[in-house]
Design a protein around this ligand. Structure first.
Ligand SMILES: Nc1ncnc2c1ncn2[C@@H]1O[C@H](COP(=O)(O)OP(=O)(O)OP(=O)(O)O)[C@@H](O)[C@H]1O
Ligand SMILES: [Mg+2]
Length: 294
């Protein structure tokens, strides 16, 4: 069996991640690949771009293409199903808290917990034979980096934890020692980060502006630290030179930042996408957008 294509679209807010993810997914589908485009954005816009309605489930868009928008409730549920009860047992051994409050607390206190469980979900999907390509449209930069940090934080936490938790009683429901429950969670984190390293490619979307270029350096340093695979960088919204002073000045400035982007990307392919006259919506517009992405 061919190795699956799993690509994450990452970048700061509003640069065009969802548009690039949607256009890329559509092209894979057009080429006969069974494709799933999945979004964990708290304010999802995939349905809007595809001009369809999201239902919280995987929804068909066109031949070979499914889209799935997962909000916080779905991610919470995943976490609950997998570890919620067990970790609650650990927690409730020393704090009096009701289960629903505990779930709210955990999902809000641990940055990237949702992302970690999303990653786990995508890893499980990748092991099934239902799709050839998975495109993951992530939330803006901050949360994407949290995704990379969570397993490490968890590991550091767990290194300290045994001394405390081994003294705690056995979980009431599972009858498992607390330390075993935590070990399982650590194993899950390790498997997920390994999956991220070995099977997922990152596509960074950016724009040619000072702030974006500065952030890019940090993003790449972070990716190198985690030894992640970088596929390409897309520089979106490049203005055309049409003779007007306004646009010509803007284009000249973007050109300078584009040069800086090339300098920090270590030879990675840099894809240039022009600013379109209007929003990118509908399959037809996405096809036109995708011409620039290959
Ligand atoms: N090259 C382009 N030309 C014109 N409009 C564009 C272009 N790329 C994206 N857009 C428009 O810009 C807006 C933001 O794009 P998009 O939603 O893809 O960004 P995003 O990075 O996913 O944002 P968020 O961080 O909020 O999720 C959308 O209205 C989209 O249609
Ligand atoms: Mg988006």
């Amino acid at each position: 069996m061919d190795q699956k294509t799993i690509t994450i679209f990452a970048g700061k807010g509003g640069v065009g991640k969802t548009t690039c993810a949607a256009a890329t997914a559509l092209q894979y589908a057009r080429n006969g690949k069974r494709t799933l485009v999945i979004s964990t954005d708290p304010t999802p816009s995939l349905a809007d771009i595809f001009e369809t309605t999201g239902s919280g489930k995987a929804t068909p868009v066109t031949d070979n293409l499914l889209m799935h928008e997962l909000g916080l409730p779905e991610v919470k549920l995943m976490w609950e199903t997998r570890f919620g009860r067990e970790v609650f047992e650990v927690f409730s051994s020393f704090v009096a808290i009701e289960y629903p409050d505990f779930v709210d607390f955990m999902t809000s206190i641990l940055p990237g917990l949702g992302d970690e469980f999303m990653l786990d979900y995508i890893r499980q999907l990748s092991q099934k034979d239902e799709t050839d390509v998975i495109i993951w449209d992530t939330a803006p930069l901050g949360q994407t980096l949290a995704l990379l940090e969570t397993p490490t934080l968890l590991r550091q936490h767990l290194k300290m934890a045994p001394r405390i938790y081994s003294k705690l009683k056995v979980g009431k429901q599972s009858r498992q020692p607390v330390i075993e429950i935590l070990k399982q969670w650590e194993a899950l984190s390790a498997a997920n980060i390994e999956f991220l390293r070995s099977q997922v490619k990152f596509c960074t979307v950016t724009i040619a502006e000072a702030l974006a270029v500065n952030q890019l350096k940090g993003v790449f340093a972070e990716m190198n630290k985690y030894d992640l695979k970088r596929e390409k960088i897309i520089v979106n919204n490049l203005v055309p030179v049409d003779g007007s002073t306004f646009l010509t000045n803007r284009a000249a400035q973007q050109k300078r930042y584009l040069k800086q982007i090339r300098e920090v990307t270590d030879g990675l392919p840099v894809i240039e996408v022009p600013l379109f006259p209007g929003e990118i919506k509908s399959l037809e517009m996405l096809d036109r957008f995708a011409v620039y992405l290959v």
